[in-house]
Design a binder for this molecule. Structure first.
Ligand SMILES: Cc1cc2nc3c(=O)[nH]c(=O)nc-3n(C[C@H](O)[C@H](O)[C@H](O)COP(=O)(O)OP(=O)(O)OC[C@H]3O[C@@H](n4cnc5c(N)ncnc54)[C@H](O)[C@@H]3O)c2cc1C
Length: 429
């Protein structure tokens, strides 16, 4: 059987794979993108029906194209985000082959490059970019056994309130997904319990600017590592209902019962850590710190932005925070469903090369793996806080495409060769 040869193979055609294709094309690097389903599949089939982007359309996009169906300050619906990436791929004529799954990748022995097995036959590639997503495998902690008879799903399988059985629901995890889903269920008239862990909750907007702008000008998207001692920071933000600050106190005022981090389950009783008040207080402190830094930035730069003193008003602790539940008999509380908004892990089972840490996470520096020719893109904190977000991945892809171009330049060198254009070290520039 003849084997197809591709110089650079990109696995995955979400935003990361498309950004990679754009930069490779700009650098004149021949490449192919393989996608097992459709372009931007996860925005189509792994997000709930009402999801809108967490950032406004002027920010959560690539530089080369604006959203056609929404104004710059609106929040694009998930289908619109997927359509955007399809349009983007068309605009840059990205060489994407859909419906092809990469099933294994192995290094060649004694020569450069990789042998790639796919659902449509083998491919040989000199460079390989794994762009299979920051959020690949949903994590559901093994806390509540199936025998408990509860309807349990991960947030990536949640679609809408009508999908749940009659009765109350416990949402575990209060990052953007958990907070938004809990809010939607409450609005639909369901009794909702929300387990709130440590989180950041920046204001949706302050003094006339969205938080994405503030995080940008304050340099926070550029943070290279999570704060010390943390692997990841959950940011509770929402573009839903026109974009509102996530405020857990308001949720409680509307009838939601907040509880601490879920710790265990025994005999139908869920236990919660005594950390709820601290988590809420730390979330408030984060919120207020953004206001403080924003005020200082405005003063330092002499900006004329409207005052917003009411943003500093934080209501009293609701009773569920001051007298938190430590245990909850789920049946007695009428809870019939649990939604685990507990995050994702990576799954590189198909990648039989590369070095991974004990948690299966790839070892790399800004996406450049320890294995020559192998790259990772789209992972949280790949180079900075913005790396797994739409705008951030575009910049990381540029860096990787430059790296590949430079490597190609070096490998093309022969003694005595006159570089026709640039020196190898500049080839990517
Ligand atoms: C609920 C939710 C809301 C989000 N909202 C925003 C937001 O508003 N703004 C923002 O900037 N970011 C947001 N993000 C973060 C991020 O933008 C998305 O997670 C985005 O989908 C990541 O894009 P990606 O291309 O890196 O990965 P993915 O979208 O996961 O794309 C990877 C692709 O690889 C394919 N694939 C996987 N394995 C293989 C294989 N072996 N062979 C072939 N193909 C394969 C998959 O089918 C998939 O299409 C959100 C994330 C979540 C979970």
């Amino acid at each position: 059987m003849s084997i197809e040869n591709v110089e650079t193979l990109v696995v995955g055609a979400g935003q990361a794979g498309i950004a990679m294709s754009e930069h490779l094309s700009k650098g004149g690097v021949p490449h192919l993108v393989l996608e097992r389903h459709r372009i931007a599949e996860r925005w189509r089939s792994e997000r709930w029906d009402s999801l809108v982007a967490n950032g406004p359309a002027w920010h959560d996009r690539f530089p080369g194209l604006e959203f056609s169906d929404i104004g710059p300050d609106g929040f694009a619906a998930k289908e619109s985000v997927a359509d955007y990436f399809v349009a983007y791929a068309e605009k840059i004529a990205a060489p994407i082959r859909c419906g092809v799954e990469v099933t294994s990748v192995r290094s060649h022995v004694g020569r450069r490059g990789f042998r790639v097995e796919t659902s449509k036959g083998p491919i040989e590639a000199s460079y390989l970019v794994a762009a299979t997503g920051p959020f690949q495998r949903p994590i559901i902690p093994t806390v509540v056994p199936e025998s408990a008879g509860l309807f349990q799903i991960h947030s990536n399988a949640y679609r809408n309130p009508g999908q749940l059985p009659e009765g109350a629901v416990l949402v575990i995890g209060a990052g953007s997904s958990g907070a938004q889903i809990a809010d939607e269920l409450l609005r639909a008239g369901k009794p909702v319990f929300l387990s709130v862990g440590p989180h950041d909750r920046p204001p949706r907007s302050y003094r006339g600017r969205d938080f994405v702008w503030w995080l940008g000008v304050l340099g926070k998207w550029d943070a290279e590592t999570p704060p010390q001692g943390k692997e990841h920071v959950t940011i509770a933000v929402s573009g839903a209902y026109g974009g509102k600050t996530v405020d857990f106190r308001r949720f409680a005022e509307r009838g939601m019962v907040l509880v601490g981090r879920a710790e265990g389950f025994r005999g139908g009783v869920m236990s919660f850590a005594p950390d709820l008040a601290d988590n809420i207080a730390n979330g408030d402190a984060n919120y207020l710190s953004v206001l403080d830094e924003a005020d200082a930035f405005i003063a330092r730069n002499g900006l004329d932005l409207p005052q917003e003193p009411e943003a500093r008003k934080i209501g009293p602790d609701p009773r569920c925070v001051s007298e938190p539940l430590r245990e909850l008999n789920l049946a007695k509380a009428g809870i019939t469903a649990i939604i685990w908004a507990t995050g994702f892990a990576v799954d590189y089972g198909w990648l039989k090369v590369g070095s991974f840490d004990e948690k299966g996470r790839p070892k790399h520096r800004r996406g450049v793996s320890e294995v020559p020719g192998l790259y990772f893109l789209g992972l949280p904190w790949l180079s900075r806080r913005g790396s797994s977000f739409i705008w951030g991945v575009w910049h990381d892809a540029k860096f990787l495409a430059d790296h590949i171009s430079m490597q190609r330049g070096y490998l093309a060198y022969r003694p005595g060769m006159q570089a026709k254009t640039k020196s190898p070290a500049l080839a990517g520039g």
